[in-house]
Design a protein around this ligand. Structure first.
Ligand SMILES: [Mg+2]
Length: 374
């Protein structure tokens, strides 16, 4: 349930580097402390010493049992995000790496009222939350959960910034350095975005779609400019939506062997990959809106496949009953310029080669899965 102090979003105006979707008057830069009690009713879990034990226990738990643990409504799209993916925390992260946890904690506390700048996934999160416009307050379409390795104490700056930017995020965990991904399934999240590659691998190994968001400091561009009111998400095919069978054949036998393999199996649906569940959830949400340009969500498949390897993909999506609005069969062309034209708010790919091209143009999430990520 959304806290009462968050107003619905509208599509108007801009703020800071995001130039995104803002409706609320912005509070002054110096903030009052956000009372955590205001969120406690919605389940803030502040975790310190017990977090590591809880994390280990969750690892040992069967993933299907974990899925059943969630009490989130079945049709709710839930996205879990780390504080470094949501905000630009690179300065404090550099301090942490150079001088350790005590210097980091002192830095965060001394700047508790300084608002954090948007991070790479900020425009995406804003658009996700804007999908709740017009939905009843007690049954939102989308929920974004914060999973932070900060302590709740140093995480106060993150919550202050969430409030400042008018993001309707009320559920969070702070684990004081312990892994956050074990909490993804109890929350029922279908997607996890983090700047921490280890966390992302943990989530993927436990059956959750997850991607590493590369920090702003290493990006060729800062937070991407807002170009569409639509939420636009682009996916690679092999080892992301689909499993990595095609990638394996291609790497072992070359492109001819791959095309022969796919031609022979054109009528055999591809097995699902790590992002199939998220794609399904997104599709269910998308189905609530009219198709086409008026839909607030637009999706694209952007794959290195080309004919004759296209047919199996098309037949597989038909078999799954999933619609992708655009399908780009690029036959090995650099993906970045095509993603630029599509205007992706985020693009997911397992190949770092493709990520290097894509991140010159759009926000990217690396999916460390399959034969390309041993
Ligand atoms: Mg791939």
């Amino acid at each position: 349930m959304m806290p009462a102090n968050f107003a619905p979003f509208h599509f108007a105006g801009c703020v800071g580097r995001d130039a995104g979707l803002v409706s609320r008057p912005q509070p002054p830069a110096r903030l009052r402390r956000m009372p955590l009690a205001g969120c406690s009713g919605t389940g803030i879990a502040t975790v310190a010493a017990r977090a590591r034990r809880a994390a280990v226990a969750a690892v040992a738990t069967d993933s299907r049992h974990n899925a059943a643990m969630s009490d989130a409504p079945a049709d709710l799209l839930t996205v879990a995000i780390s504080s470094r993916a949501l905000f630009d925390l690179e300065e404090s992260n550099s301090l942490f790496e150079a001088q350790g946890i005590d210097a980091y904690a002192a830095h965060q506390r001394s700047r508790e009222d300084d608002v954090l700048e948007p991070g790479i996934a900020f425009p995406l999160v804003r658009k996700l939350l804007a999908l709740n416009e017009g939905a009843p307050a007690d049954s939102p379409r989308v929920e974004v959960i914060l999973l932070s390795r900060n302590s709740s104490d140093t995480g106060l700056r993150v919550f202050n910034s969430i409030q400042h930017h008018g993001l309707a995020i009320s559920r969070a965990t702070f684990t004081s350095g312990a892994p956050t991904w074990p909490y993804i399934k109890p929350f029922g999240a279908q997607l996890f975005l983090s700047a921490n590659a280890e966390s992302v691998r943990g989530a993927l190994e436990n059956g959750v779609a997850a991607a590493t968001i590369l920090p702003a400091a290493s990006m060729a561009k800062a937070v991407p400019a807002h170009r569409h009111d639509q939420l636009r998400i682009a996916f690679d095919g092999d080892a992301v939506i689909f499993d990595d069978e095609g990638e394996r054949v291609s790497q072992e036998g070359g492109i001819e062997a791959f095309h022969r393999h796919e031609r022979e199996r054109a009528h055999e649906p591809l097995p699902g990959g790590p992002f199939r569940g998220f794609l399904d959830a997104l599709h269910r949400l998308q189905a609530a809106y009219p198709p086409g340009e008026d839909s607030p969500i637009r999706t694209a498949l952007v794959t290195a496949r080309s004919a004759p390897a296209h047919e199996r993909v098309i037949r597989t999506l038909r078999e799954w009953g999933v619609r992708l609005d655009e399908a780009l069969f690029l036959g090995g062309r650099a993906k970045g310029p095509f993603l630029d034209v599509f205007g992706a708010d985020i693009f997911f790919d397992d190949s770092l080669h493709n990520i290097d091209s894509a991140r010159q143009h759009v926000a990217t999430g690396h999916v460390p899965h399959g034969v390309s990520n041993p």
